[in-house]
Design a protein. Structure first.
Length: 363
């Protein structure tokens, strides 16, 4: 058996489920996966390409998969953009750090971390310093954005303390397979002070024997998930929802009412979740395999105002021997087409595209 640890990479999970620390104490250390080994190779190639730009062509030839070249180029490009964004004076004070270890004791973690890429700009009498921190992600799986990424925040706090930096920290996640753009958060001193306290409180809570276990999507990374009672309760609840009518009939009185209300709340939460997910897919910040943004349903509108339009339609109805009372507001284009015929009104309305929506992609 080996001790579970609180590492910068599992801070997010420990924060969401502090009890996972004690739950994993009985398990052996995680085995290295094929995906992790692939990611390690890419991180090495990215690091070498930053330090030796003249070797990039040779480094791309070492990429394990064909798609990896785009990942390498995207990360190298982001590193260059970070350097290019500095002023000439800032470059004189700047130090580039690639895969450099940093102690995390300042945030209460008895472990080192290894930020992928940093630029540390020392402050001067004229202006504060600056820390630029970037994390390379070669996969397509979801990772916390920089604002909520405790691992990167811990790196930022620790680097500033070790290097004596002042000023803000530009924290970013580059994940080319999910988005062409780097997600960046500019953390000021108050943000970093808050996060440092929060990380310390997470560590302290994890060490308590009564630390709560809170199930969620992070359970898939927990070695104790298969024996966790809270996780089992969630699975049982999902199975109930799979046949809600049978569950409702088996319940009585207050239990039936409570179950109905829980279903109703869950429906509202899921509807809101789908709306947020759809919005992210449409704007391009979230990739869901098999789905993508598509055009919404076109909307048709009358070119004339009602005061002008209605007399015209009344006259057309009279010519056809129709009752003018059939033409009343609201004036649906489809309804008027059915009354007067499509040809009669084809030049009287315009078409505007509907709001984009998420569509299932063909193929």
């Amino acid at each position: 058996m080996s001790q579970a640890t609180i590492r910068p990479s599992n801070l997010f999970r420990r924060d969401r489920c502090p009890g996972s620390y004690n739950a994993e104490l009985q398990f052996e250390e995680e085995q290295t996966s094929e995906a992790a080994e692939h990611g390690s190779i890419l991180h090495r190639l990215i690091a070498e390409g930053i330090l030796k730009p003249q070797e990039r062509v040779n480094l791309m030839a070492q990429a394990p998969e064909a798609d990896d070249c785009a990942i390498l180029e995207a990360c190298w490009g982001e590193a260059e953009r970070c350097w290019g964004a500095l002023s000439p004076d800032q470059r004189k004070q700047a130090k580039v750090l690639v895969e450099r270890k940093v102690s995390l004791k300042s945030v209460g973690i008895d472990d080192d971390g290894t930020p992928d890429f940093c630029i540390a700009v020392a402050g001067t009498e004229a202006e504060d310093g600056l820390l630029i921190l970037r994390d390379w992600k070669s996969g397509i799986g979801w990772v916390p954005g920089p604002r909520w990424n405790l691992q990167l925040m811990a790196y930022a706090v620790s680097l500033r303390a070790e290097l004596g930096l002042t000023g803000p920290a530009s924290i970013g996640v580059t994940q080319p397979l999910r988005s062409p753009n780097t997600d960046v958060f500019l953390a000021v001193t108050s943000d970093l002070d808050y996060v440092a306290k929060r990380i310390k409180s997470v560590v302290e809570l994890c060490m308590r024997p009564d630390a709560p276990r809170i199930p969620g999507n992070w359970c898939s990374y927990c070695r104790a998930a298969g024996k966790c009672q809270q996780q089992m309760a969630v699975i049982a609840e999902v199975q109930q929802v799979a046949n809600p009518l049978a569950t409702m009939r088996a319940l009585e009185g207050e239990n039936r009412r409570e179950f109905y209300e829980r279903l109703d709340r869950a429906f509202g939460l899921l509807k809101k979740a789908i709306e947020q997910i759809d919005a992210a897919i449409i704007e391009g910040s979230l990739i869901v395999l098999g789905y993508g943004p598509g055009p919404g349903k076109n909307g048709r509108y009358w070119l004339d105002e009602p005061a002008v339009l209605i007399p015209k339609l009344h006259a057309m109805a009279a010519q056809k021997g129709l009752d003018q009372l059939d033409i009343i507001e609201p004036l649906s284009v489809s309804k008027i087409e059915k009354l007067l015929g499509k040809k009669a009104v084809e030049n009287m309305f315009g078409v505007k595209p509907g709001n984009p929506t998420v569509k299932k992609l063909k193929g």
